[in-house]
Design a protein around this ligand. Structure first.
Ligand code: VGL
Ligand code: ZN
Length: 318
């Protein structure tokens, strides 16, 4: 069994948070896409008491990024972050938490930090993660999250030590780089120890599945095009909106297309993932309402990146 381990994708580590990791938010759409590919998804949360010894504010005369000894262990001092139960400690709203099977909370002991999701920094206390993975017959762990040079790094090292095959999904991690080069040094160290460095592209394959709800008129034009290309937009339609999940496409086909035209269809098509990277994904309304916004003048180019045929997978009659 293969598990995806998501490290600390919490508000305080995202832009605007107390200990923001640069571009930390950019990993979220990638992680959301990765989750369905795993037998098990486990996510960790940094979860500190207010009086935690890693907070500079709790040491008189000390500042953020100062080094101290905390109960005999070297400790970098951080801003107050991920206080148990606070908004900053919550998972990002845009993270698809419904696929997370277990949550591991760490950093609860005020006297020792816990970068790794497996053990505290002194390797004295165990979060139970290793036992959990073994109970689920997991042999391979893929790691993504924040921050590459702290919690991701130490989680990967402990996963190796506990006998798992470990891959780090590089584009689904971001680091702090407190000292310039920390991220690169962390990646190199992990590689030396036996962690495989992979990209989400390698794991997810060449194409991305899109869905589009449509009505009978557009369907007729699709048929003319032999289900290989979308017809050009009309002058009053500046954007082409495919959606990223079937449930949302069904909702529109049923509630809008079927109502307006008597019948609504759900289509599915595959597009080269590399082409789609530059288009923003917009969440409109609820979490599942994710659309891709493709300007009308780029639709012809999108068509050249469709792989295989556009398929009609469902229809709704009014
Ligand atoms: C982390 C610093 C302090 C992390 C947690 O999640 O990488 N970094 N606490
Ligand atoms: Zn912390």
């Amino acid at each position: 069994m293969k598990a995806l381990l998501l490290i600390d994708i919490q508000n305080d580590f995202l832009p605007g948070g107390a200990l923001a990791v640069p571009q930390g938010d950019q990993i979220i759409p990638i992680v959301n896409e990765l989750m369905p590919a795993y037998d098990l998804v486990v996510a960790s949360q940094d979860w500190h008491p207010k009086k935690h010894g890693s907070f500079a504010a709790n040491h008189e005369g000390k500042q953020v990024s100062d080094l101290i000894l905390l109960e005999g262990l070297e400790q970098v001092l951080w801003p107050v972050h991920c206080v148990a139960g606070s908004e900053g400690a919550c998972f990002s709203d845009s993270l698809g938490t419904e696929r997370i099977g277990h949550v591991i909370r760490k950093g609860g002991d005020p006297l020792v930090d816990s970068y790794s999701a497996f053990y505290d920094n002194g390797h004295r206390n165990d979060t139970g993660l290793s036992a959990l993975l073994k109970r689920e017959n997991v042999t391979e762990v893929h790691i993504a999250g924040l921050a590459t040079d702290y919690c991701v790094k130490f989680s990967a090292l402990d996963a190796l030590d506990d006998g798992f095959q470990v891959s780090l999904i590089e584009d689904a991690c971001r680091g702090v780089d407190l000292v310039k080069g920390d991220v690169e040094r962390a990646l190199n160290l992990l590689e030396e120890k036996g962690v495989k460095r992979v990209s989400s592209d390698e794991l997810l394959g060449e194409t991305f599945t899109l869905y589009r709800p449509t009505g009978p008129e557009e369907l007729a034009k699709l048929e003319e095009a032999n289900f290989a290309a979308w017809p050009p937009r009309l002058p009053d339609q500046p954007i082409f909106y495919p959606v990223t999940n079937q449930a949302y496409a069904e909702q529109i086909a049923e509630q809008w297309n079927a109502r307006d035209s008597g019948i609504g269809y759900v289509t599915r098509f595959e597009v080269k993932r590399s082409f789609l990277k530059k288009y923003p994904r917009k969440i409109v309304g609820g979490k599942m309402h994710e659309e891709l916004w493709i300007p009308a003048e780029e639709l012809a180019e999108l068509n050249t990146h469709i792989v295989g045929k556009i398929e009609v997978i469902k229809s709704f009659k009014n």
